[in-house]
Design a protein. Structure first.
Length: 101
């Protein structure tokens, strides 16, 4: 992936984090920001989306774009934190189409 794609993904993840930040623990937000800052985009994506999946509400976010980004990052093939991440995430996207644009 080129630098432009990573910048787009980084911006997308920062916007998503901004939307859900009030619902996350301060430590979780700091960890995600640190992962993104050091260029661990895949780790930051998975970490953030695992928290999103656990929220008691569905944030207004383009979940289909999230899925596309996850595939771009290769998380549909290899995960960093949870070996069942892709299945959990795909199920979440499929169950919440109203949030997708």
């Amino acid at each position: 992936m080129n630098n432009g794609a990573y910048r787009y993904i980084d911006d997308f993840l920062h916007r998503l984090l901004e939307k859900v930040e009030p619902s996350l623990a301060k430590g979780a937000v700091e960890d995600i920001l640190k992962e993104l800052y050091v260029g661990e985009t895949e780790l930051g994506f998975e970490d953030l989306l695992l928290y999103v999946i656990e929220l008691d509400y569905v944030p207004e976010v383009d979940l289909l774009e999230c899925r596309r980004i996850g595939r771009m990052l290769g998380l549909d093939k290899e995960t960093m934190i949870d070996t069942n991440f892709w299945q959990k995430f795909s199920d979440y996207v499929d169950k919440n189409p109203q949030s997708s644009k």
